[in-house]
Design a protein around this ligand. Structure first.
Ligand SMILES: NC(=O)C1=CN([C@@H]2O[C@H](COP(=O)(O)OP(=O)(O)OC[C@H]3O[C@@H](n4cnc5c(N)ncnc54)[C@H](O)[C@@H]3O)[C@@H](O)[C@H]2O)C=CC1
Ligand SMILES: CC(=O)C(=O)O
Ligand SMILES: [Mg+2]
Length: 477
């Protein structure tokens, strides 16, 4: 990336409703107060005006919420101005939730009613009873995924519980629909008991064509996913593990091409060996990485130690061939790639300065990356985060709509390794050799070809590995 200017975050947006006494003040005074504290005025709407007063809605973006407090204090101190209200536009977008259910057919008369509901619906019920496979054709199962969380590892916010988790799960459901035309239902469970979660998901499975597990902390997430995969005949996919791994691998394929290094030769440090860290490491080892070191809260994971978490004991057997020990600061020395799947702010500029030539930093913790891009951009070759407001967004959003679209279209019984690798290659290949550069190693989620490319490659992999239970029309002879 060199010294090129870096596109900072897009900021937070607020609308201020302001009443002005026309004889005492004017808009310029208010605009100055906003600019003085680093706010940008992005829209002005006239709400009401008369000879005496004018009421306006002024939409302002700031980089930090503290700035809006300062702007409000300044405006309140102005003569002839009253600050009537401040609304946070992000909260406005969440009022009453972000998604809703819609009927496909209007019910306008008794005839409609008797067909969608009793008595005629009974014939459909009995058809499914006689042949349960018809649930895929005669109910919403074929296009519907449950997004299930227990709220224990919500983004990098940790265990914030099922109520706090809902906005993220609604968001995932919204994105499933917009990008993959998959109907998704957010389900936040008020239990952290592994066995209970498994039983609940199994019990609700008849209504769903797939299960997307989300933000369930490690190590429980490993058993929950493994058991559900074993016991259900629909795809069960822990997005934080496999969706993240798919997109990370896609981004790394392109980043390594840029710095002209091979995965077989590089030293990779993964910080945070939880759900995402384990799965991302697995995909990189499978892709040929020979020197991968995992670091968690107590330092580098080494096979000469024994850990309480069995997932770490297993991880230790496959990684850190040179038995490097110590803290992140110790093992990052000479690393070609840093992958952060832990918490915000853990990687320091001093650490990056000790990395190998042309280092790659993927600081993927959400919402706060392991290092603020502004702190590292001038000393790395490639920098990526999980966020929408910086270039190179490595986020599982690039994977889950397309991978489930493909799996549902061919009625796959599972999402296997071949389907995941196909998805990663499809994402990476969206960027051509000509297009690839340090700010463009991964396509935007708004690139309309991504979901379709992923869907196709996933279907082909499912057909080849014989986990598809339906051949989509375009693949029929
Ligand atoms: N960009 C993306 O697409 C994705 C990003 N993430 C981010 O990755 C992070 C981890 O998510 P999950 O794996 O689902 O959570 P998790 O709770 O399973 O794992 C987090 C791991 O980080 C470790 N950790 C905490 N403090 C640490 C420290 N000081 N040093 C090293 N390790 C530390 C924890 O011990 C744990 O093993 C979160 O910030 C999440 O937002 C997760 C999935 C997708
Ligand atoms: C992106 C995502 O799934 C996470 O940060 O947990
Ligand atoms: Mg997640």
């Amino acid at each position: 990336m060199g010294n090129k200017p870096f596109n900072a975050g897009s900021g937070k947006s607020f609308t201020l409703r302001v009443e002005m006494l026309n004889e005492e003040t004017n808009f310029v005074v208010i605009a100055s107060a906003i600019c003085e504290h680093g706010g940008d005025v992005v829209a002005i709407d006239m709400i009401q005006t008369n000879v005496e007063k004018t009421i306006r809605d002024i939409t302002v973006t700031v980089q930090d919420t503290i700035q809006i407090d300062r702007i409000a204090t300044s405006i309140r101190a102005l003569a002839g101005v009253q600050l009537l209200h401040i609304s946070d536009r992000t909260f406005l977008m969440h009022l009453g939730g972000k998604i809703e259910m819609k009927a496909k057919h209007p019910v306008q008369n008794r005839d409609d009613l008797s067909r969608v509901y009793t008595p005629d619906v009974a014939r459909v019920c009995m058809a499914i009873h006689d042949d349960p496979r018809k649930a895929f054709t005669l109910t919403m199962k074929r296009n519907t995924v449950a997004v299930v969380s227990d709220g224990t590892a919500v983004l990098g916010l940790g265990d914030i519980g099922p109520y706090g988790a809902m906005p993220v799960m609604e968001g995932k459901a919204m994105l499933f629909k917009q990008f993959g035309d998959v109907d998704a239902v957010p389900i936040c469970l008020d239990t952290q008991d592994t066995e209970q979660i498994i039983q609940i998901v199994k019990s609700i499975a008849p209504g769903f064509g797939g299960i997307n597990l989300e933000d369930i902390s490690s190590p429980r997430c490993f058993e929950i996913e493994a058991r559900l995969k074993e016991e259900l005949d629909i795809p069960v996919f822990h997005d934080d593990q496999h969706g993240t791994a798919v997109v990370l691998y896609a981004g790394l394929i392109n980043a390594l091409k840029l710095v002209k290094k091979r995965i077989e030769d590089v030293k990779i440090v993964v910080n945070g060996i939880g759900a995402a860290g384990v799965a991302c490491s697995n995909i990189l080892l499978k892709a040929g990485c020979k020197n991968l070191i995992g670091v968690d809260i107590d330092g580098a994971i080494v096979r000469t130690n024994t850990y309480e978490q069995d997932s770490w004991n297993q991880f230790a057997q496959r990684t850190n061939p040179n038995l490097e020990s110590g803290s992140l600061a110790d093992v990052i020395k000479g690393a070609d790639v840093f992958i952060g799947l832990s918490r915000g702010g853990l990687l320091k500029r001093e650490h990056v300065l000790t990395m190998a030539e042309r280092p790659i930093v993927f600081a993927m913790a959400n919402p706060t990356p392991e290092i603020a891009p502004e702190e590292a951009v001038d000393i790395v070759a490639v920098l990526a985060t999980g966020r929408s407001d910086y270039p190179n967004q490595i986020n599982n959003l690039l994977c889950f709509p397309g991978i489930f679209r493909g799996a549902l279209d061919c009625r796959a019984s599972t999402i296997n390794e071949e389907m995941k690798l196909a998805a990663a290659e499809a994402i990476a290949a969206t960027i051509t050799d000509k297009e690839r550069n340090s700010s463009y190693i991964i396509p935007s989620v708004f690139n309309p070809t991504v979901v379709e490319n992923v869907r196709k490659r996933v279907i082909e992999a499912a057909l080849e590995t014989k986990v598809a239970r339906r051949v989509p029309r375009e693949y029929r002879e």
